[in-house]
Design a protein around this ligand. Structure first.
Ligand code: KG4
Ligand code: ZN
Length: 341
């Protein structure tokens, strides 16, 4: 089954064709990130406008790269939640127009379910159940993936998402947007023991918190500025990165030990973080568990992961009609069919 995926929930306009949820036939991404960087973060209005301008070209390119016409597709899949609502709606409307004019089924895909499906693109043999840390710019969940379309969120952030913490700290340190890669780059030359940062406590065994950590960094920067001291930026970036990687990998390991899951996984933009990948590997090794990681090209937002998840949603009978709407927030456990119309 060949599925065209459409993704527009944040600042990437993406379209991809994936066969049977595993084989990527094309994967096209147009990003407004360079323009957004000038503002230090994503401006929703700009994101929506860039999606409108790019979506047709990106989808046409994805079909051309796959060597297919719209008629040769078996289905269209689209991110319908969660995300910047104006941005999400561009993709939803485009996908509806394409699916119904070509008389193809339309699969509604939850963005975080899509991030989980990025693992299937990299590991053709991977099948649920497994335990996945989904860490992106807007979310941070520890998820029990019971089946391709059944999820239980065991833990989550009680305040900032992991990627958001990277972005905010990078902005405080003047490192630009997006913060994750910028912090990693600078941290390479830093001593992770340069600063002692707190591990904020979060209510709930598998929950995490980053806001206290972000405030601690801010206080260090303000103190240094007030006293006229030179800030050790690489050291602070390295201390922060180590702290976040430890917090995330430890929670994943704790949930794995308690649930007895033998396969652990990372997904989402933050899963591109090299230190997090290494730390999670050490934790998995210590537990005697396997760790599966998405290929770097599938960590950030892309439409191949949406097409992959769309395939499994279709197999489960999850299709949408012309009344499909977009949603800014939606729990990943919730099935499309249970949404109030
Ligand atoms: O999944 P994603 O592309 O978009 C959302 O769904 O939000 O995640 C973007 C987030 C940003 O906050 C970015 O700073 C973070 O992922 N990120 C990273 C790295 N690459 C991207 N965080 C840490 N280390 C990285 N190498
Ligand atoms: Zn994402």
């Amino acid at each position: 089954m060949k599925v065209l995926g459409i993704e527009t929930s944040c600042d990437e306009t993406a379209a991809a064709v994936v066969q049977d949820g595993r084989l990527v036939l094309s994967n096209v991404i147009a990003s407004s990130v360079a323009e957004q960087a000038e503002y230090g973060g994503v401006v929703p209005e700009i994101a929506s406008r860039r999606h409108i301008e790019s979506i047709s070209d990106v989808a046409i390119q994805a079909l051309a790269d796959a060597g297919l016409s719209a008629q040769e597709l078996d289905a269209v899949a689209v991110t319908y939640a969660p995300g910047l609502i104006g941005a999400v709606l561009v993709g939803v409307n485009f996908a509806k127009g394409l699916a119904f004019s070509a008389a193809k089924p339309l699969a509604p895909v939850h963005h975080l379910r899509g991030h989980v499906a990025s693992l299937y693109l990299t590991h053709p043999q991977l099948a649920p159940p497994f335990l996945c840390l989904v860490a992106s710019g807007g979310h941070c969940h520890i998820v029990q993936v019971q089946d391709y379309t059944r999820f239980t969120v065991l833990g989550r952030t009680v305040d900032d998402a992991a990627g958001e913490a990277f972005d905010k700290v990078a902005r405080t340190l003047g490192l630009g947007y997006p913060g994750g890669p910028a912090i990693s780059r600078v941290a390479k030359d830093g001593d992770p023991a340069a600063y002692r940062l707190p591990t904020p406590h979060a209510e709930g065994k598998y929950n995490v918190s980053f806001s206290g950590l972000k405030t601690a960094v801010l206080n260090i920067v303000n103190n240094a500025n007030m006293k006229g001291e030179t800030l050790d930026v690489p050291g602070l970036a390295a201390s922060f990165e180590h702290n976040v990687a430890d917090i995330l990998a430890e929670k994943l390991a704790l949930a794995a030990a308690d649930t007895g899951m033998h396969t652990l996984a990372l997904a989402g933009g933050v899963a591109a973080n090299g230190l997090l990948r290494r730390t999670a590997q050490q934790k998995a090794d210590a537990l005697g568990a396997a760790l599966v990681l998405p290929d770097l090209q599938y960590c950030g937002d892309n439409a191949a992961m949406i097409a992959a998840q769309g395939y499994y949603e279709l197999l489960a009978g999850h299709t949408a009609g012309p009344d499909l709407n977009g949603y800014a927030t939606l729990p990943m456990e919730q099935a499309y069919s249970t949404l109030p119309k």
